[in-house]
Structures are given as structure tokens and as C-alpha cells.
Design a protein around this ligand. Structure first.
Ligand code: ADP
Length: 734
């Protein structure tokens, strides 16, 4: 009885082992995994039938259990042969044998179950061992046909494995040998059971062990062994050094790289020697016991750079069990970075040179332009001849276009060099928009275009941002709208969005009724030097720089610009710029006083008692300035150099001084320094009147102490406005 119970327990354990093995096999992607799974499934049936045989109290039940047992052996062998064919890469043979083999096995299984009626395979008899009844089988001749079929299958499987063993080598031969051994062992147990007429077939339990062994061999042992040998080969071949230390800092491994580069091997490597020693020192100094550091090896003919990574090896409970160092040669990378650095410096220098060149070019063009426009202004003021007045007007237009071109190029180069900066200050948006209106009122009027400005009166009174750049952006867009519109006019809507307690987005929408822009041209509008619709625009002056500068300025202030346009219908440009609110009071209504167009120049004030000094090394510039101011009746004295001006300032008190910057021997800044430190004009307001128009220069002059800044060519109204502000009030007459 005990034998039966023990047998049932062992068989049940076998089933559990098989179930666990099947679970593990689920992870095998190759098709042979599926066939191994089927084999183990049939094994479960065989073991379960054996348990039933052991438990049977009735010969009929035992016979049914035996039928299940013999036919499940069929399927074990069939699936195992399938596994062997697939595992030994005999797919063609597998495909040929699968269906006929399956049919033969199915017929054989049917014939076994027919034994219940015909008793042509075996008969059941009782055998009593130690007082316990066992049911055994007495075989009939037909049973041996079944046995032959099974053995033919087994032999086929064995032959394929043996052929593979012959053709393969090393690790792969070993994996086939293991499978062969497992199969032979199962066969041996089965033969022993039959030869010795044992009461129960102990070999079935071995199916579980065999399944596990095959799984272990195919999926764990062979891949691991292969991985270990390839990893150690790869580590030896890799272009990085690897040094491993045990817990007592004994070196246990160095790869070929270490020997080749540093001449160290596992037996000669020492933690107190370089490069290890300096890495550890570095890391200790930084308070870390792992990490990365750089190491320079100067021992060879050429200096070599390394990046060394030090890592502690920890066990599962995070206890240190050793450490390893990875040495990576970064010499090329370091040289590359040095090269990039050198190129960057060279590029910066080239950029610097370009900017200087552009600044000089701008200066040099402005100087003669000052004379051209100044003298032309005098012609406009004095001529009575309408034909000459028209010529002079044309000169003035072209001169102004040339000037705006120079300004655009200067801005563009500054943006390109990444040197355009946002200069923030408090300003009143209402004032800014009003100025824009007055700036364009006349231009729009000349073209017979309407110019409508709608300003949301709830816009906060004071904002903090960059008013100069905002003005430049609006000027560019509004001037384009006027430039590219023949009929109708331009509408400017100014409103805002609240984006935070002290933040708003100031939105300006400029819409025109002009020629519009083709849809496919819109994405290219903001490209530098890009003009679209060239055939229609040929007669309109432009460089294609305005919108590119505008977009970059908007982005510099973290804003956005969008365009909506249809050919023949007009365009709408929308600019959104985030601003900080400094005074939440409403701005109020935008009241625009429509000025009468002043075709003829009229001086804005008179100051016959005021005396000013004008300093410039170019005689013509002095002549222009004096001529332009003549109508104001200001007394003007001139000096052709810094030294001459200083001399004059020692003896004469002036109400204001207009000083040029670039002068030989003593420039404007040096001259200003001397005038304001000695003589009679230490408090006199000095205006820098220069052809230097580089962006941001005004702030620099003001920081030095200049009372104002004006760029050449002289804009007479700006000059008059500035003088009106700084001359003593008593001397300024209407
Ligand atoms: P440009 O100096 O040529 O005016 P911009 O960069 O300011 O250069 O503009 C680029 C091109 O975009 C212009 O050449 C023009 O074809 C087109 N454009 C700009 N604004 C308008 C507009 N309001 N209506 C129609 N076309 C416009």
C-alpha cells in the first residue's frame, strides 16, 4: 500500500514540475518551444494515467487507464520527434513528416482504444505484491506493432540529433549531446520497465525531469555559456579598458586594452598606482566614492586623455563586493572640442570684424549723406522754382531710403551676431501708438490712403518693456502696409489680453486693403532678403530685410507674429508681445489731432540770445549744421577739432555744445571729458551729434554723461526739439 501512495505522491510532484516547466517554456519564441510544450502536455496525460492505474480497484478501469497511458506515450514520442527536428533545424523534414506521422499516431491511438472491445493489444491480469493488488498487462502480438511505430519515431529523432552532433562543434555539440543523453535515459527506463515486468512504470516521472533538463539546456545553459564566452571576448576586444578589483582591492581582471595602453595586467595592477590612484584621489577630493573623472596620461610620446568611470560592485543587500574601472580614450574627442573652440573663436573674430566693418561703413556713408541731405534741405527751404523743388524732394526721398537701408543692415548684422539686446524701461503705450500715428499720417496722406487707429482705452497706462523695439516693429509693419497699398487704407487696432496679475499681451493688428500676398509666399515672408510678388513690387523700393528683422525682434521679446492675407484683398499682420504692467490705470482714449501737412519748413522756436558751439572735423558738416539752424537765429560758433573746442570752452560760456564722436587726435569722448572737467563749460549740456548709429550706442553716450544723442544725417526737427529742451528757458522764444 505504502508503495502505491509513495508512487502517487512522486507522480503528482512530477506533474507539478511539468506545469512549472511549461510556464517557463511559454517564454520561448522559437517554434520548437511549442512542440516541447506539447510533449510535456502529453507527459502530464501519461503520468495522470499512471496514477489512475495505481489507484484502480477494478480491471476495467485499469484497462481504460492503460489505453490512455499507451496512447499518450504515442503523442509524447510524436511531439518529441517534432521538437528534435525543429531544434536541429530540420524544418523541411519536419514539414514532410508532420501530417503522415500524425495520422499514423492517431490510427495507432484508435487501435489502442479498440482494445477495450477487441483485446488485441493486451489483456489485464492481477498481480499481488505484499498483499496489495496491482493490475498489469499481458501483451498480444499487435501491441508490438504499436511499439515498433514508437521506436521508429524515437530512432528518427535520435538519428537527427546524432547527425547534428556530428556536424556541430563546441558548445552546440554539447547541447545536442545533453538532449541525446536525456532521451536515451528515458528509453532505458522504459525498456527496464518492460523487461523486468515491473508493477508500475517509474520512467514516467522522468518525463518531468527530462522536460526540465531540456528546458535548462536549450534556454539557460547554452545561451549563458555562449554569452559568458562572447562577453569575455568582447571585453577583451573593446576599445575601452576594464579593471576589476575584489573587496580587498586585489586586482582580479584587466582586459587587453589596459595591457596595451598602460602595460598593466591583473597580476601587476595595483590600486596605489596610476591611473587608478589619481582617479580615486580625484573622487575622494570631490567627496564621492564612485563617478567619473578625467585623466591625462603624459607618459607616452603623445599626451592621451581618458575618461575613467569608477563603480562599486554591490550584492543584493547593497554590500560592497568589489569595484571596477572603465577607461575610455577621449583624446580624439578632446582634440575635436579644442578644434571647435578654436573655430568658434575664429568665427567670433570674423563676426566682430564684420560688425566693425558694417559700423564703419555706416559711419562713412552717413557722413556724406549728412551733407547731401543737409544741403538739399537748404535748397528745399530757399528755392522758389517748383521744378528745382521737385528735384530736391526726389533727392530727399532717395536719401531717406538709403538711410533706412543702412539702418536695416546694421540691425540685421547685430541680430545675426546675437548681440541685439532687449532694453527694458517703463513707457506709456498710448504715447507710443500716438507717435506711430503722427509718424505715418503724412506718408499715408500723400498716397491718399486713410489711416485709422483704434486703441482699447482699457490698456494699462504704464507698461514695462522695450518701447524702442516695439516702435521699430510697428514702424516696419505699418510702413509696409502703406507701401504695398494703392487704394483704400490702413487700420491699426491695438488691444490686449490679460495673462497674469501683472502681465498682459499687447496685441497690435495692422490691416491694409493692398495687393495682398499669395498663400504659398506667406511662409517665406520672414526670410532675410526675401521679397515676394517681385513682378508687381519691382517699382516699390525694398530690401526684403524689414520683416525678417521684425520677426526676430518680436521673438527676442518672447512675442509672436502672424500673417493673414489674400491676393487683391489685403493683408493683416498681428503682433503679440508680453509686457509687464506697472500702472493698472486705464490709458484712456486715443485722441489724434490731425496736423495740417506742412509742405514748407517752419522753425519751431527762436533763440537769438543763445550761443552754441558745434564741433566736427568735416567742414561741410559744420556748414550744414549752421545752415539748418540759421532760421532759429541761434548764435553758432564752430571748431574743427577737439583741441580747438577745448580752447574755445576755456574762454567762452556756451548754452549747448554739439560734438562729433570720431575726430582725429582727440575724439568726441576725450574732448567731452576735458570740457566738463575744466574751463567755463563744465555744466554745459553736450549733445553727441555723430554718424555712429550702432544699436544701443545712445545708452552708452548717456552713461558717459552726454545730455543727448542725435545721429547723422541730421533730422532738423529732432535737433530743434532737443535744443528747445536743453537751452535755458529764458532764451527760447516762440
Ligand atoms: P521690403 O523691404 O521688400 O518691404 P520686407 O521684409 O519688409 O521687405 O517685406 C518682404 C516682402 O513681403 C515684401 O517685399 C512684400 O512683397 C511683402 N509684404 C510685406 N508686407 C506686405 C503687405 N502689407 N502687403 C503686401 N505685401 C507685403
Amino acid at each position: 500500500m505504502l508503495t502505491k501512495i509513495l508512487y502517487i505522491i512522486i507522480d503528482s510532484i512530477g506533474i507539478i514540475i511539468i506545469l512549472f516547466t511549461i510556464r517557463a517554456i511559454m517564454g520561448i519564441k522559437a517554434e520548437y518551444g511549442k512542440w516541447l510544450k506539447y510533449t510535456l502536455g502529453a507527459s502530464i496525460l501519461a503520468i495522470a494515467s499512471n496514477i489512475l492505474i495505481a489507484c484502480s480497484a477494478d480491471p476495467m478501469l485499469a484497462e481504460i487507464a492503460y489505453c490512455f497511458y499507451f496512447s499518450s506515450i504515442n503523442w509524447i514520442i510524436y511531439c518529441l520527434t517534432g521538437f528534435c527536428l525543429l531544434y536541429t533545424e530540420h524544418r523541411t523534414e519536419f514539414n514532410i513528416l508532420r501530417i503522415p506521422g500524425g495520422c499514423i499516431m492517431a490510427a495507432d491511438a484508435l487501435s489502442i482504444f479498440a482494445n477495450l472491445l477487441l483485446h488485441h493489444h493486451f489483456t489485464i491480469y492481477e498481480k499481488t505484491v505484499g498483499g496489495v493488488v496491482f493490475y498489469q498487462t499481458a501483451f498480444r502480438p499487435v501491441y508490438y506493432i504499436h511499439l515498433t511505430i514508437d521506436y521508429i519515431y524515437i530512432i528518427v529523432a535520435l538519428l537527427f540529433i546524432i547527425s547534428r552532433i556530428v556536424n556541430s562543434y563546441d558548445l552546440y555539440r554539447m547541447k545536442y549531446v545533453i538532449i541525446l543523453s536525456v532521451l536515451l535515459f528515458v528509453i532505458a527506463l522504459n525498456i527496464a520497465y518492460m523487461a523486468l515486468s515491473l508493477v508500475l512504470d517509474a520512467s514516467v516521472v522522468f518525463y518531468a525531469v527530462a522536460g526540465m533538463l531540456i528546458y535548462f539546456c536549450t534556454e539557460i545553459f547554452v545561451p549563458r555559456k555562449l554569452m559568458n564566452s562572447s562577453v569575455s571576448r568582447a571585453v577583451d576586444d573593446m576599445n575601452e579598458g576594464l579593471i576589476i578589483f575584489d573587496i580587498s582591492n586585489n586586482c582580479i581582471y584587466t582586459n587587453a586594452f589596459c595591457e596595451y595602453r598602460f602595460g598593466i595586467t591583473a597580476s601587476t595592477c595595483d590600486i596605489t598606482r596610476d591611473p587608478i590612484a589619481s582617479v580615486l584621489k580625484d573622487l575622494e577630493a570631490s567627496g564621492r566614492n564612485f563617478g567619473e573623472t578625467s585623466y591625462i596620461d603624459r607618459s607616452g610620446a603623445e599626451v592621451a586623455h581618458y575618461k575613467i568611470k569608477y563603480t562599486s560592485l554591490l550584492d543584493r543587500r547593497a554590500r560592497s563586493i568589489g569595484s571596477y574601472f572603465l577607461l575610455q580614450d577621449t583624446t580624439e574627442e578632446v582634440h575635436y572640442m579644442e578644434e571647435i573652440q578654436r573655430s568658434r573663436i575664429a568665427a567670433d573674430k570674423a563676426n566682430e570684424a564684420k560688425s566693425t566693418f558694417l559700423a564703419n561703413m555706416s559711419h562713412e556713408i552717413r557722413t556724406p549723406l549728412n551733407a547731401i541731405l543737409g544741403m538739399n534741405e537748404m535748397i528745399i527751404r530757399t528755392t522758389q522754382n517748383p521744378e528745382i523743388a521737385e528735384y530736391a524732394d526726389n533727392i530727399q526721398d532717395s536719401g531717406k531710403t538709403l538711410l533706412s537701408l543702412i539702418n536695416d543692415i546694421l540691425d540685421f548684422s547685430k541680430i545675426e551676431a546675437g548681440r541685439m539686446e532687449v532694453t527694458e524701461s517703463e513707457y506709456e503705450p498710448l504715447q507710443l501708438i500716438r507717435d506711430c500715428y503722427y509718424f505715418f499720417e503724412q506718408t499715408a496722406g500723400v498716397k491718399d490712403l486713410y489711416l485709422h487707429f483704434n486703441f482699447d482705452e482699457k490698456i494699462p497706462m504704464k507698461l514695462y518693456g522695450d518701447p524702442l523695439h516695439i516702435r521699430q516693429i510697428l514702424t516696419n509693419i505699418i510702413s509696409n502696409a502703406i507701401k504695398y497699398t494703392k487704394e483704400g487704407g490702413v487700420t491699426v487696432n491695438v488691444f490686449y489680453n490679460n495673462t497674469g496679475s501683472n502681465r498682459i499681451e499687447l496685441i497690435t493688428e495692422v490691416s491694409d486693403t493692398g495687393m495682398g500676398i499669395e498663400k504659398e509666399d506667406i511662409p517665406h515672408l520672414f526670410e532675410s532678403f526675401k521679397r515676394v510678388n517681385e513682378s508687381e513690387n519691382a517699382a516699390i523700393q525694398g530690401t526684403g530685410l524689414g520683416l525678417s528683422i521684425t520677426k526676430q525682434l518680436v521673438e527676442l521679446m518672447n512675442g509672436r507674429i502672424t500673417v493673414d492675407s489674400a491676393p487683391g484683398e489685403g493683408s493683416s499682420f498681428k503682433v503679440m508681445i508680453p509686457q509687464t504692467v506697472t500702472d493698472h490705470t486705464d490709458s484712456g482714449k486715443l485722441i489724434l489731432l490731425h496736423k495740417k501737412e506742412e509742405a514748407v519748413y517752419k522753425e519751431s522756436f527762436h533763440a537769438p540770445d543763445a550761443k552754441i558751439l558745434i564741433v566736427d572735423d568735416v567742414k561741410l558738416n559744420l556748414k550744414v549744421a549752421c545752415a539748418l539752424l540759421r532760421k532759429t537765429r541761434i548764435k553758432t560758433e564752430t571748431a574743427l577739432s577737439g583741441d580747438a573746442a577745448i580752447q574755445m570752452c576755456m574762454t567762452t560760456k556756451y548754452d549747448a555744445i554739439l560734438l562729433d564722436h570720431r575726430m582725429p587726435i582727440k575724439d568726441g569722448i576725450e574732448t567731452f571729458g576735458e570740457i566738463s572737467s575744466k574751463g567755463m563749460n563744465t555744466d554745459t549740456p553736450v549733445i553727441m551729434l555723430t554718424a555712429n548709429a550702432v544699436n544701443g550706442i545712445e545708452e552708452e553716450y548717456k552713461k558717459i554723461g552726454f545730455a543727448g544723442y542725435l545721429s547723422k544725417p541730421i533730422d532738423i526737427s529732432s535737433l530743434e526739439n532737443m535744443l528747445k529742451d536743453i537751452l535755458p528757458i529764458a532764451k527760447v522764444l516762440p
